[in-house]
Design a binder for this molecule. Sequence first.
Ligand code: MN
Length: 230
Amino acid sequence: MRRLEETGDTFFPLRSLSQKLPQEILEALSSQARGRTVNAPALETYRRKRDFSKTTEPAPALPRSSSQGSRRRFVIQKHNASHLHYDFRLEMHGVLKSWAVPKGPPVKEDERRLAMATEDHPIEYLDFEGIIPKGQYGGGTVMVWDIGTYDLAEGNYYRGYLRFFLNGAKLKGEWTLTRLPSDERQKWQLLKTNGNTRTISRKRDDQSVLSNRTMKQIEKDADAQWNSNR
Ligand code: MN
């Protein structure tokens, strides 16, 4: 207090000092604002279906882009909900475009599997493995069945046609996703194109590529945590 009496408030000039922020900070701030307004509605359905005070799944955050440049990430999560299925997700437009594939990805050329488009998921969902509590939307065990990067060779989500190469721990090769001509816009088909890929053994099918755990072990551990170090 004595010093204040002697020297006065040295921070006083800050009140009237106008400052200029560096250009890169201004740009970062405005692109963040853009992200908020452009991408938030994409996750509205995801948000609406879940109670984030109860589920273990990540709440949507500000979208962040891949650190891998043009190589985008994909994940396939084995999900033992009311029906066992595989959730196929491609990182695209700041979200994970998602399909539920009841029978899992095909491995033989020309094999096709039904893929039902589901709501966009936040990027944070990429390495979610654990348990969604019973009674919550999609309640059940979730395993990171495969994860990796993909290269889009051709197509566009909104046209209902995507041909891409997966480079995962289990799946490597080319697949094609095509929206089926039907009234329900969510019906797609996942097709193995351009050759066979390695068949997944029964043991490998029940093994997480993140933790090596089986569905039973994930359920028993009940940790429901997701590794943010990926
Ligand atoms: Mn699911």
